[in-house]
Design a protein. Structure first.
Lengths: 294, 262
């Protein structure tokens, strides 16, 4: 029997060499930062978590549809019916985005990762607020760390230099937009309920938030209502940095939908769509290349 | 014949078990690893900072009787971006008989999977795999070396995976091959028609060169499923059959296990 023969030595050498190679251009997203607060919303507020999961599914599905066929009134009815069905039986677990939006993940990786990383921030912030050991001081420290770790990543969004015009996607697909905006407002209202009360009171405030969401799903809402600035004033006052980053992710998502309005049915439409999406990516400080098939 | 490597193996297992203490949390239905539940894996390493632990039980109903069964465990760690380090070990009953088939009982396998390219519109995801199998098991001989490549291409919500691997055996008899080649292809897709990402169905086929110089190639077909049962926990199960090999090949292989991402 041989022990640690030449082959084993070569294997160890190869493993070390591969590990020492620089990260590839399409670097992998890391796992979300660790913390004892992770999964608090799932654990303590399952009804809220399942609705948030439904909204996450809806957002990714909307991006995938818009990426391939665009946003138009004909698809609005079909997609809004899908969203309402999803909300009637909301999923227990969050979606794996690359399965829900595979084409978008493959062909627009920069924007896909930025949206995914924004979703990670959203989950982390709500988990910090819902933690059973949360106190204002501890929550403040945790959120500061969460936001700093978000900003360190290459997929983090920067503040654009100028405001964008109102997104046309909202008017082209009004029914779907209303539901998705209600969903984004649910995130903001949930942050408010979790931030404005202690662990004992959170249960009732979250229950009220869910009831209000269920009863007002299809109500006409202004885009501003989906921002934390309008729907979560206490959260904004206590944790302004986290609120600013979350609102930026919301604006980015709206602009992405706006850029995908034309879809990619023809080569010309694809070229225009890719150009618009690259422009949105650059506005938010992301690299604009690597979008669309050759 | 077997050298006592108790302290080395003990140390490695201890080190592997300590890793989860510093791990983060997530879940990854789509992250395939070998034998979880089918042999083919995907080209995406486990994310940086993640630790995944899995255990399973596998039962082989063999043609001609002499069935065997046993547990297996594996640990994966996202050591760097695009770099996964892993360890795995499997035990089977009838180790002496299985050793003659080239199936070890208790060998420790260490590997590194490096994501060379992420998938884009232009190319599939590509990964390189390097592994070492230490003869820590019963009736095992020689340290084996593995070198392979993995690709994954998605087509809407279906994915195609391909694995190719060369294995250099450290110690062989006169009738045994020193180099073995294996390749596998698999597809996976979501079970839910509404697109929920809780259940993944997999099917694959692998072809391995025989351990014996003039033996037939070993062809295995497998189907399996991965079901998310907790926010970080996945239950997996699979059925397989070796359709070409010697007379005592497994007619049916049943595998059931659980994996948890920390």
């Amino acid at each position: 029997m041989r022990r640690f023969d030449g082959a084993a030595r070569v294997a160890v050498l190869c493993a070390v060499s591969i590990g020492a190679l620089p990260a590839v251009e399409n670097a992998q997203e890391p796992l979300r930062p660790r913390g004892t607060y992770n999964n608090s919303v799932h654990r303590f507020f399952p009804d809220l978590d399942s609705r948030l999961n439904a909204v996450r599914y809806g957002r990714w599905r909307a991006v995938e549809i818009a990426w391939t066929v665009g946003i138009n009134p004909a698809l609005d009815r079909e997609f809004s019916a899908f969203l309402l069905k999803l909300l009637a039986d909301p999923p227990r677990f969050p979606p794996e985005a690359q399965f829900v939006a595979p084409g978008f993940a493959r062909e627009a990786p920069t924007v896909f990762h930025a949206l995914r990383w924004g979703q990670v921030l959203e989950q982390q912030v709500s988990d910090v607020l819902a933690a059973s050991d949360a106190t204002p001081a501890l929550t403040g420290r945790r959120l500061e760390r969460v936001v700093n770790l978000y900003r360190l990543e290459r997929w983090a969004l920067s503040e654009p230099a100028e405001e964008a015009p109102p997104p046309v996607a909202v008017t082209l697909a009004p029914m779907s937009a209303r539901i998705l905006l209600s969903g984004t407002r649910l995130f903001a209202r949930a942050m408010e309920a979790l931030a404005a009360s202690d662990f004992g009171q959170q249960r009732w405030k979250v229950k009220d938030t869910i009831e209000e969401f269920d009863s007002s799903l299809s109500r006409e809402k202004a885009v501003e209502e989906s921002t934390h600035r309008v729907s979560a004033p206490t959260f904004v006052e206590r944790y302004p940095a986290a609120a600013a980053h979350l609102d930026r992710v919301t604006r980015f998502r709206l602009e992405v939908y706006g850029a995908l309005v034309g879809g990619g049915a023809t080569p010309e439409a694809r070229r225009e769509r890719n150009g618009r999406l690259s422009e949105v990516a650059r506005r938010f400080g992301l690299p604009g290349g690597e979008i669309g098939a050759p | 014949m077997r050298r006592n490597r108790g302290p080395l193996v003990g140390g490695l297992i201890f080190a592997a078990l300590v890793f989860p203490a510093v791990a983060a949390q997530a879940q990854f239905l789509s992250n395939l690893e070998p034998e979880r539940p089918i042999d083919v894996e995907d080209a995406t390493p486990i994310p940086f900072r993640a630790v995944s632990a899995a255990v399973d039980w596998t039962y082989n109903a063999r043609k001609g009787g002499f069935n065997d069964q046993g547990p297996g465990w594996s640990l994966l760690f996202g050591a760097l971006r695009n770099l996964e380090l892993g360890a795995a070990q499997r035990y089977v009953t009838r180790p002496g008989r299985n050793a003659l088939r080239g199936i070890s009982s208790g060998d420790l396998e260490l590997h590194a999977l490096y994501g060379v390219l992420s998938e884009t519109a232009r190319h599939p995801a590509l990964a390189a795999r390097v592994g070492v199998v230490f003869p820590t098991g019963l009736d095992s001989r020689g340290t084996d070396f593995e070198l392979g490549g993995v690709f994954t291409r998605s087509f809407d919500s279906m994915r195609l995976h391909g694995n190719v691997q060369w294995r250099r055996l450290g110690d062989t008899g006169v009738t045994e091959r020193r180099n073995r080649i294996e390749g596998g292809l698999a597809v996976d897709f979501l079970a839910s028609p509404s697109g929920r990402t809780d259940t993944l169905i997999l099917a694959g086929v692998t072809v391995r060169s025989s351990l014996v110089k003039k033996g037939d190639d070993i062809v295995t077909v497998e189907v399996g499923a991965r079901q998310r049962i907790g926010i970080q926990t996945i239950l997996f199960g699979g059925l397989g059959s070796v359709v070409a090999d010697g007379p005592d090949r497994p007619r049916l292989r049943v595998r059931l296990g659980i994996s948890h991402v920390f």
